[in-house]
Design a protein around this ligand. Structure first.
Ligand SMILES: *Cc1c(COP(=O)(O)O)cnc(C)c1O
Length: 402
């Protein structure tokens, strides 16, 4: 690849960099788009005894690193303005690799009451018992509560903002200030906001985790996860977790995600705009019991979200209907555009009903307790999405207002 292609994007905007950084021309063929290197190992030098087996830039075996993985890592590090990045097989692989690398027996972790289910399980049930790590679930929207939960052995504060699925907003700057005063690390799972809206490293956060499965890939067809941090942390994650636990991303998935990332800023703006329009429409409907979306003025974290979300408030919202479990299920059967499925960040819109059986329901605000929808707004025409919801409400005889 030309040095120009590699290094010529200083001073370019986020959109330009998302297209070019890391997506290198193929040096062997001259193809302007990167090839997919589906190999599990690479040729060793003539005399392998001269090699540094643990150098991360040496291609040896795909579980240690590879060409497509490296390209994606350079791109995602750049999207976040980070020094380095490790990409793994899924967002959860990235979360657990980070925690595995940074935490040890006897450490205490403060984690938010609103997190992705795997994060909740890792800290709430699995790691405490197995590895002797002490944990506290804390409402991280309240800095005073975090302060009160800090212990002499607290090592890490971990949260999402917006949080999945209540969309609650945490004050990144205030939490970093509190934590760093006491030598505590802060990690943010930035999946709902994405680096287009929020770059937590700019607030001094130590580690950022992103599920690449969602907005950065954006097409609902592959999984990946990233840790964006300083070089030393990323090297430690590679050496300890990537190689020895092995949650490595396949070259094909890494290639798909770097391909998706080129349009990520453009898509993200549409997710932002569409979700705001749908949330504002939902809020006016008499049959809707509540809408949680950080872009709504009525939302508790709105002012903070305006401060730390640059271009919009993301593509996910949650809402309730005045009615029971059955009504929620029946309405979904009438939807023509929305698919009833988990995940988010796809081009197509998704909706999922989360009922009382969610073990974490008691941790959420009161209005969520009767069950609710989590909606991942896609990049279709926003009027089509609103029309689809309206006809589904009407099909169940629910009261709507245009
Ligand atoms: C989806 C998601 C994850 C997990 O990512 P996978 O790629 O599915 O493993 C982690 N955190 C948040 C906030 C998510 O939405």
């Amino acid at each position: 690849m030309s040095e120009e292609k590699k290094n010529g994007f200083e001073g370019c905007s986020f959109t330009t960099r998302a297209i070019h950084v890391g997506s290198e021309h193929d040096p062997a063929s001259g193809a302007i788009e990167p090839s997919i290197y589906m190999a599990n190992s690479f040729l060793l030098p003539y005399d392998p005894s001269t090699m540094n087996w643990s150098a991360s830039e040496a291609n040896i075996y795909t579980r240690n690193g590879g060409v497509n993985q490296g390209m994606l890592e350079r791109k995602v590090a750049d999207l976040h303005g980070g020094e380095d990045c490790v990409c793994l097989a899924s967002g959860v692989a990235a979360l657990s690799a980070l925690f595995f690398t940074k935490l040890k027996k006897g450490d205490h972790v403060i984690f938010s009451t609103v997190t992705y289910i795997a994060t909740y399980r890792i800290f709430n049930e699995l790691w405490g018992e197995k590895w002797g790590i002490e944990t506290s679930k804390v409402d991280c929207t309240d800095v005073e509560k975090i302060k009160a939960a800090i212990k002499p052995n607290t090592k890490l504060i971990h949260f999402e903002t917006p949080g999945n699925p209540t969309l609650c907003i945490c004050d990144i700057e205030a939490i970093v200030e509190l934590a760093h005063e006491k030598g505590i690390w802060v990690s943010v799972d930035n999946t709902f906001s994405s680096p287009y809206n929020t770059r937590p490293l700019e607030y001094g956060v130590d580690f950022v985790v992103e599920s690449l499965t969602k907005y950065i890939n954006g097409h609902g067809d592959s999984m990946g996860g990233a840790i964006i941090a300083d070089r030393e942390t990323c090297e430690a994650v590679r050496y300890q977790a990537q190689v020895n636990i092995g949650g490595v991303i396949s070259p094909f998935n890494a290639w798909l995600i770097q391909r998706g990332a080129a349009t990520f800023p453009l898509r993200m703006q549409v997710h932002n705009d569409n979700a705001l329009a749908v949330a504002q429409w939902l809020e006016k409907q008499p049959c809707v019991s509540f809408v949680a979306y950080p872009g709504l003025e009525s939302f508790k974290g709105h002012e903070l979200a305006k401060k730390q979300m640059k271009h919009g408030f993301g593509g996910v919202l949650s809402f309730g209907l005045k009615g029971g479990h059955d009504l929620f299920n029946r309405v979904v059967t009438h939807l023509k555009i929305f698919a009833s499925a988990v995940s988010l960040g796809n081009t197509g819109s998704l909706i999922v009903f989360l009922g009382e059986d969610d073990e974490r329901m008691y941790l959420y605000p009161e209005e969520f307790h009767g069950g609710f929808y989590r909606v991942a707004i896609g990049i279709e025409d926003k009027n089509d999405l609103i029309n689809d919801l309206r006809q589904a409400f009407k099909a169940e005889g629910l009261e709507t207002a245009d």
